[in-house]
Ligand binder design. Structure first.
Ligand code: SF4
Length: 543
C-alpha cells in the first residue's frame, strides 16, 4: 500500500491516512476521489471522506473497458437480419409498424422484448402435444445491450409480461408496477394442460458482451428440465420492431412511389405535384392494402395517444421518478411558470419544453407512450403535436395526419439507411431522428413544399450528429428526459430556418446527413451505445 503524503494540487486533499490500494492506478484513484468528492458536495450527499476514498478505490480498480480487453458488443450487425437486408430495396415500412403505443421506457428494451416474448408464448401454444408434454418451464436470456442496461429499462418485467400474454398497446402499466413492488411474486401461465408458475427470475441477464447478430439479442426457451425442448433467438432492433433467426418479412404490396432515398421521395412529390404527406399516404394504401379511412383512423389514434401522454405528464406534480437517480419530474413546474405574465417572452420555448418533459417523464414512469421513433425519444414529437393542437394555433386533425405522415417519411428513411436504435447508433439515432421527424411535421403542417420539408428535417438531424447514448444507471432519464425537450426545441428552430430561407440555398441534403448518421454510428465507441459504460453513465456519481 502506498500513502498520499501531500495535496497533489489539482485534486482536493484526502484524509491524511488515505491509502492507495495496491495495484490501483494512482491517477485514476485521485481523479475518482475528486469527482466523487465534488459530486457529494454538489448533491448534498452524506458520504464520509473514508467512504469516498473506498468508493474511489473500487472504481479506480475497475479497469476501463479497453484495458479489460472486453469483447465488443455485437455492434457489427449480421447480414442475415432483415433490418439489414431491407436497406437495399425501396422503403416498405408501414405506419402500424412504425408508430406504436406501448409502455415506457424504451422501444428496444421494453416494447420489443414484450412483443418478442408474447410471440414466443403464442408459438409454444402451437407446439405438438408430445413436445409440450416434456416442458417444465420457460426461460428468457438477455444479451448485449439488453443485458447491460435492461434492468434500468424494466426489460425483465416487459419480457415476463409478454410471456404472460400481455401486449404493449393494451397492457395496464399498473401490472408492470406491481412487478416492481413484488419482485418475488409468481404468475401462473397455462400451456397445454400444464400450468407453470413464472417469476422475474425466469428472465436471465446473460452476457452483455460477445458476438451477437444484433446488440439487442435475446433467446426464449421452453425448458424440459435443464435442456430446452424448443428455443428461438430474437432481435430487438429499435422502435419496437423485432425479428427472429430465419425471419422472412411478411408479403406486402408494391409501393406506388418506390423510394429508398429522400432524393427519390422528393422527386416523386415534385413530379406529381404532391406533398410529402400525399406520397406517403399513396404508398401506405398500396403497401398495407388498407383503406384511406382505416389509415386516417390509425393516425388519429396515434395523435390522440400523443396528446394524452403529454396531458398525463403535465398533471403529475413533482413526483420522484422510479429508479436510483431519484430524479424529480419538472414538466408541471415548467408549464405552470410559462403561464405567468412575467415570463411571457419565454412562453413558446417554455411550453414546448414542458410538453416534451411531460411525455418523456411518462415514459420514465413506464406509462404508455408512442414510439416516434423510440421510447427514449417519446417526448419530442408529442410535444410538437400538443403545442400545435392545444396551443394558440389549434391546428385541425387533418393537418396533424399530414404532419404524422411527413414525420414517418423521415423516420422510415433513417431506419432504412441508418438506424433508430441507441444501441446501434447512439442518441443521434433516437432524439436526432425524433427531432428531424418533428421538424418535417412542422414544415408539412405549414404546407411547405417538399424541399422545405426535407431541409427542416435535415437541419434538425444535422445538429444532433455525434450525440452519444449514455443513460445514467441504465435508466431512460438522464440525459434522456431533458434531451427530449432540446430535441423538440431544435425541431422548431430547424423548421423556422427552413421555412424562412430560400430553400434551394440550403447546402446539405437529408440523404448526406442520414449517411453521416450511419457512418458516425458505426465509428462510435460501444461505450456510447446504450451500454451505460461511458459518458455521463460512467462519470455521474449517484448517492
Ligand atoms: S441517451 Fe438517448 S438513445 Fe440513449 S436511452 Fe436516452 S434517449 Fe435513448
Amino acid at each position: 500500500m502506498s500513502r498520499i503524503k501531500e495535496d497533489p494540487g489539482l485534486f482536493p486533499p484526502l484524509p491524511a491516512d488515505t491509502e492507495i490500494p495496491e495495484g490501483t492506478d494512482r491517477r485514476a484513484f485521485l481523479i475518482r476521489s475528486a469527482v466523487i468528492g465534488a459530486a457529494a458536495v454538489m448533491t448534498g450527499c452524506n458520504m464520509s471522506k473514508e467512504e469516498q476514498a473506498q468508493r474511489a478505490a473500487s472504481e479506480a480498480a475497475t479497469p476501463p473497458p479497453a484495458a479489460a480487453a472486453k469483447k465488443a458488443l455485437g455492434a457489427a450487425m449480421s447480414d442475415d437480419l432483415d433490418v439489414v437486408a431491407r436497406s437495399k430495396g425501396p422503403v416498405m415500412t408501414i405506419l402500424e409498424e412504425f408508430y406504436k403505443v406501448g409502455p415506457g421506457p424504451s422501444s428496444s428494451h421494453t416494447i420489443g422484448p414484450m412483443r418478442i416474448t408474447y410471440d414466443f408464448y403464442q408459438r409454444c401454444t402451437q407446439l405438438p402435444a408430445d413436445q409440450l408434454a416434456k416442458a417444465t418451464g420457460l426461460k428468457v436470456h438477455l444479451y448485449g445491450s439488453l443485458s447491460a442496461t435492461g434492468k434500468g429499462h424494466g426489460t425483465e418485467r416487459a419480457a415476463l409480461a409478454g410471456l404472460l400474454g400481455k401486449e404493449p398497446a393494451s397492457i395496464d402499466p399498473a401490472f408492470l408496477e406491481e412487478m416492481v413492488a413484488k419482485p418475488e411474486q409468481s404468475y401462473p401461465l397455462k400451456l397445454g394442460d400444464k400450468t407453470f408458475n413464472l417469476t422475474l427470475a425466469d428472465i436471465v441477464y446473460d452476457s452483455p458482451t460477445g458476438e451477437f447478430p444484433h446488440p439487442n439479442t435475446m433467446t426464449c426457451k421452453l425448458m424440459g428440465g435443464e435442456q430446452p425442448v424448443y428455443e428461438l433467438e430474437y432481435y430487438s432492433p429499435g422502435g419496437g420492431f423485432y425479428e427472429w433467426k430465419g425471419y422472412t418479412p411478411p408479403k406486402k404490396g408494391a409501393p406506388k412511389y418506390p423510394y429508398a432515398t429522400m432524393k427519390e421521395l422528393r422527386q416523386h412529390a415534385e413530379t406529381n405535384k404532391l406533398s410529402i404527406a400525399q406520397v406517403i399516404m399513396a404508398n401506405e394504401l398500396a403497401v398495407s392494402g388498407k383503406s384511406e379511412s382505416d389509415i386516417n383512423a390509425f393516425l388519429d389514434k396515434i395523435a390522440s395517444a400523443m396528446l394524452a401522454t403529454v396531458k398525463a405528464g403535465l398533471s403529475a406534480k413533482d413526483d420522484v421518478l422510479p429508479g436510483p437517480i431519484k430524479l424529480h419530474s419538472k414538466a408541471a413546474a415548467v408549464f405552470a411558470r410559462s403561464k405567468e405574465k412575467k415570463y411571457e417572452s419565454d412562453r413558446a420555448i417554455a411550453q414546448v419544453s414542458a410538453f416534451a418533459l411531460a411525455a418523456s417523464e411518462e415514459n420514465a414512469r413506464g406509462h404508455l407512450v408512442i414510439t416516434a421513433p423510440t421510447g427514449g425519444s417519446a417526448g419530442v414529437m408529442p410535444a410538437v403535436v400538443y403545442a400545435l393542437v392545444e396551443g394558440p394555433r389549434k391546428i385541425p386533425m387533418d393537418k396533424v395526419r399530414e404532419g404524422l405522415l411527413a414525420g414517418a417519411a423521415i423516420g422510415y428513411l433513417c431506419k432504412h439507411n441508418a438506424t433508430l436504435s441507441g444501441a446501434e447508433g447512439g442518441c443521434q439515432s433516437e432524439i436526432g431522428v425524433a427531432s428531424a421527424m418533428s421538424a418535417a411535421f412542422l414544415a408539412q403542417v405549414y404546407d411547405s413544399p417538399p424541399l422545405v420539408t426535407e431541409n427542416a428535417a435535415e437541419s434538425a438531424l444535422e445538429h444532433h450528429l455525434g450525440m452519444t447514448c449514455d443513460p445514467v444507471a441504465g435508466y431512460v432519464q438522464v440525459p434522456c428526459i431533458e434531451r427530449c425537450a432540446f430535441g423538440a426545441v431544435k425541431a422548431w428552430v430547424a423548421a423556422l430556418i427552413a421555412t424562412n430561407e430560400i430553400a434551394s440555398r440550403h447546402r446539405v441534403d437529408l440523404d448526406t446527413t442520414i449517411e453521416t448518421l450511419a457512418e458516425t454510428g458505426r465509428d462510435m465507441s460501444n461505450k456510447y451505445k446504450e451500454t451505460s459504460e461511458g459518458g455521463l453513465a460512467a462519470n455521474l456519481v449517484l448517492c
